[in-house]
Design a binder for this molecule. Structure first.
Ligand SMILES: [Zn+2]
Length: 221
C-alpha cells in the first residue's frame, strides 16, 4: 500500500518537476513563433504596399521576401538619388527646419506612455502591440542598425544637425544604415527584443550626444 502511494507521489513529482516546465516551454515557443510569423506577415504586407509604387516593369514576379526587400531597397535608393535625397548643400540649408527636428511621436497609434525620462532611464517608453509601425521622428540618415543584449534591435538616426534619435527593442528594422529617411516614414516595427518584458518602443533623443527628455520636444497628450 505504502509502496503504491510512494509510486504515485513520485509520478506526480516527475510531472510537476519535469513534464510541466517542458510543456510551458513548448507553449512559449509556439507563442513566440506565432508572434514572429505575425511580424513577418505584417512586414511583407507593408513591403507589398510600398512595392505598389514600383513601376510594374521593374517588378519581377517573386515571392521571396529577401528578393522583395532587395528589389525595394534598390528601387528606393534609385528614387532617392533622383528626387528624394536633397543635395548635401541643400541639407545644410534645411537642417534647422522642422523637417529635421525630431518632434514627431515615433508611434502614431495604439500606444501608451509606459515609462518616463529619468536619471536611470534616459528615454521614454511607448507600450504598443508587437508589429506596430515605428516612424522616423524627423528626416535624416540612418547612422546604424544593430543588436544589443539589453536594447535588442536598435536603430539610430542622425538628423544631420545636433539631433539624433534612438529606437530600441524593435521587432525588425526596415532599412539599413546609410539610408536617408523622411520624417514620418515607417522605419521599423515595435517588438520585444533584448531585455524587455512586454512589447514597447524605447525612444531616446540626443542633442550633441547627450540625452534629453523627449517629452520636452514631443507633444504627448
Ligand atoms: Zn526604455
Amino acid at each position: 500500500m505504502n509502496k503504491i502511494l510512494l509510486a504515485v507521489i513520485l509520478i506526480l513529482l516527475i510531472i510537476v518537476v519535469i513534464v510541466l516546465p517542458k510543456y510551458f516551454k513548448i507553449q512559449n515557443k509556439v507563442e513566440k513563433q506565432q508572434q514572429e510569423l505575425d511580424i513577418a506577415t505584417r512586414y511583407i504586407q507593408q513591403l507589398n504596399q510600398k512595392l505598389k509604387s514600383i513601376p510594374q516593369e521593374k517588378l519581377k514576379q517573386t515571392s521571396d521576401p529577401d528578393k522583395i526587400r532587395d528589389l525595394l531597397n534598390g528601387y528606393l535608393k534609385e528614387k532617392r538619388i533622383e528626387d528624394k535625397i536633397p543635395a548635401i548643400d541643400k541639407i545644410s540649408q534645411q537642417k534647422n527646419e522642422k523637417r529635421f527636428i525630431p518632434d514627431l511621436i515615433p508611434v502614431q497609434r495604439n500606444f501608451a506612455l509606459s515609462q518616463k525620462f529619468s536619471e536611470k532611464h534616459k528615454a521614454v517608453d511607448f507600450a504598443a502591440p508587437t508589429g506596430t509601425e515605428v516612424v522616423a521622428s524627423a528626416a535624416g540618415e540612418i547612422l546604424s542598425v544593430y543588436y544589443d543584449k539589453y536594447l535588442g534591435n536598435v536603430m539610430i538616426i542622425d538628423h544631420l544637425n545636433e539631433y539624433a534619435t534612438l529606437y530600441a527593442h524593435l521587432a525588425t528594422s526596415i532599412y539599413e544604415a546609410k539610408t536617408f529617411v523622411e520624417k514620418g516614414e515607417t522605419i521599423a516595427l515595435v517588438g520585444n527584443t533584448g531585455n524587455s518584458t512586454a512589447p514597447h518602443l524605447h525612444f531616446e533623443i540626443l542633442v550633441n550626444g547627450e540625452n534629453i527628455d523627449p517629452e520636452k520636444i514631443l507633444n504627448i497628450k
